[in-house]
Write a protein that binds this ligand. Structure first.
Ligand code: SF4
Ligand code: SF4
Length: 56
């Protein structure tokens, strides 16, 4: 399991700086999480203004 960023993402970039394992990167139209790197800490979900990152 890993966190997934849904289509609500507005590409603000706030989550990328908060991820302790640098699993988040800017993708095409939204940010994305590398499932193999994510440790499910939830920091991205806490900082996201639109609730885009969610646990699977
Ligand atoms: Fe990074 Fe934690 Fe979000 Fe996974 S849940 S992408 S480790 S901030
Ligand atoms: Fe997208 Fe939320 Fe990350 Fe901003 S904090 S880039 S809206 S997932």
């Amino acid at each position: 399991m890993a966190y997934i960023i849904n289509d609500e993402c507005i590409s603000c970039g706030a989550c990328e700086a908060e991820c302790p394992v640098s699993a988040i990167s800017e993708g095409d139209g939204k940010y994305t999480i590398d499932a193999d790197t994510c440790i499910e800490c939830g920091a991205c979900a806490d900082v996201c203004p639109v609730g885009a990152p969610n646990a699977e």
